[in-house]
Every structure is written in structure tokens, then in C-alpha cells.
Design a protein around this ligand. Structure first.
Ligand SMILES: CC(C)(COP(=O)(O)OP(=O)(O)OC[C@H]1O[C@@H](n2cnc3c(N)ncnc32)[C@H](O)[C@@H]1OP(=O)(O)O)[C@@H](O)C(=O)NCCC(=O)NCCS
Length: 213
């Protein structure tokens, strides 16, 4: 390892990547407090994989907003799921599969928690990072940063704000380095998260049109 450089390549996921992405997300985020409140009870890992497969197929995959990172052209080492501003309605079958993964008896609680989180989203159209995860053996090597930079460059070109919920202090620091600012604590009684917004106005301004002389 010492002295070798790794090459991180970012591309868009396609349908053949769904299982690998869902597995990675489930492993990396399985112990996240918010996700523990969403998927609980028996067979958690297989239900998490089912939940993420449905989420990926509910829209982001077809819209080309699931980014994957590979190290030296190998297996997928990082995944970021984004929702574009004004996304078309989620696919109903995938919404149903998500609900099945949550489990009927937990559904009302989880919908209430979703509602609490959604209430903090900005009213203006924005890019929404629903999930980002790096494989446990690859964390801390710059892969998450590479995923964020790649998508944020495209978002900057479209001059749109971006929004996310950070569920740990460490991830909050990472997002701050990429221009996100703390807005509010969501659901402080727990499981809680930090609402974070990256303003379009914080980006480099449009070049000024020639003023009248
Ligand atoms: C959060 C995560 C996507 C960041 O990707 P990464 O490739 O590890 O991050 P990078 O190497 O580009 O940047 C490192 C920074 O990420 C943050 N970070 C958050 N969790 C981290 C982790 N488990 N390991 C290393 N860095 C982490 C820290 O700010 C760190 O910088 P610091 O050590 O100077 O504080 C990844 O670590 C991960 O999947 N963690 C587990 C799940 C999680 O905590 N998700 C948060 C959801 S909001």
C-alpha cells in the first residue's frame, strides 16, 4: 500500500449495478441511527438490501443520478444517490417494495419520521443527496469526497442549490468542506440529523454582462 497511488473513477450506475450498490449501502449504513429506525426487526440486512434496491429503481437509476466510484477499475467502492430538482413521480411498484422492506407494522412510524425529515427540505428546487456510502474497507481515503466533487461540479454548472441530512458529526465536517452549511437539527429527540444546505448563491457568480459605458 505505502507509496502507491490509487485511481478513483466516477461513473453513473446502471441497472446491472443495483445489487452491488444496495449491498454496499446496506453494509456501510446498516448501523446508522436513522436507518436503524427505518429498517428494524428480523432479517434486517436482507430487508436493507431490498429497501435500497427499491430506492435505486424508484427513479434515481433511470434518471442517471446514482454515482458510483471504483478504485483502480475494481469493484464498486462508493455510491451516492441523488434526486434531481423536480424528479418525476417515484415508480409505484418500487414504492410498494420499499414499504414491504420497512414492514407493514413499522410503516406508520416510518412515514411520520419521513414527514419530519421532509419538512426541513428547502421549498425551492434543489438537488437532494438521499444517501452516500463508501465500503467499510475504503473509508477515509478520499472516495466520498471524489463522489461529492464530481456531482457538485455538475450541479454548479446548473446553478442549483443542494441539500442533505448528515447523521454523524464526522460526515457533517466532510459536507462542510464541500460548501454545505448547517440549517437545523432534525428530530432532536432522536434519531436525529443535521439539515445542511449548499446555496446556489455561494457559487461563483455569473460573469457580468457588459455594462453600458
Ligand atoms: C461518510 C462517508 C461517505 C465519507 O466517505 P469517505 O470516503 O470515507 O470520506 P473521505 O475520505 O473523502 O473524507 C474523510 C472525511 O469524511 C468524514 N467521515 C465520516 N465518516 C467517516 C468514516 N467512517 N471514515 C472516514 N471518514 C469519515 C470525516 O469528515 C473525514 O474527514 P476527517 O477525518 O478529517 O474528519 C463514508 O465514510 C461512509 O460511508 N461512512 C459510513 C456511513 C456514514 O457515516 N454515513 C454518513 C451518512 S450522513
Amino acid at each position: 500500500m505505502g507509496g502507491t497511488t490509487m485511481t478513483v473513477s466516477i461513473s453513473q450506475a446502471y441497472s446491472g449495478d443495483v445489487h452491488e450498490c444496495a449491498l454496499l449501502l446496506s453494509r456501510a449504513l446498516g448501523e446508522d441511527d436513522v436507518l436503524k429506525a427505518i429498517i428494524r426487526g428480523e432479517n434486517r440486512i436482507s430487508r436493507l438490501i431490498e429497501f435500497y434496491s427499491a430506492l435505486l429503481r424508484s427513479g434515481p437509476l433511470q434518471h442517471g443520478t446514482v454515482d458510483i466510484a471504483r478504485v483502480d477499475g475494481g469493484a464498486i467502492a462508493g455510491v451516492a444517490i441523488w434526486k434531481a430538482p423536480h424528479p418525476p413521480e417515484s415508480h409505484p411498484i418500487q414504492r410498494f417494495r420499499e414499504a414491504m422492506a420497512v414492514g407493514w407494522r413499522h410503516l406508520a412510524d416510518v412515514r411520520a419520521l419521513d414527514h419530519e425529515f421532509d419538512a426541513h427540505r428547502p421549498e425551492e428546487p434543489h438537488w437532494y443527496l438521499t444517501d452516500i456510502a463508501v465500503a467499510p474497507g475504503h473509508q477515509g481515503l478520499g472516495i466520498g469526497s471524489a463522489l461529492l466533487s464530481d456531482r457538485l461540479t455538475k450541479i454548479d454548472a446548473g446553478r442549483s442549490p443542494a441539500y442533505l441530512e448528515a447523521t454523524t458529526e464526522a460526515s457533517r465536517r466532510l459536507y462542510e468542506r464541500h460548501g454545505f452549511r448547517f440549517v437545523d437539527t432534525i428530530n432532536p429527540a432522536g434519531p436525529s440529523a443535521f439539515a445542511m444546505l449548499r446555496q446556489a448563491s455561494a457559487l461563483s457568480p455569473e460573469p457580468l454582462v457588459d455594462e453600458e459605458r
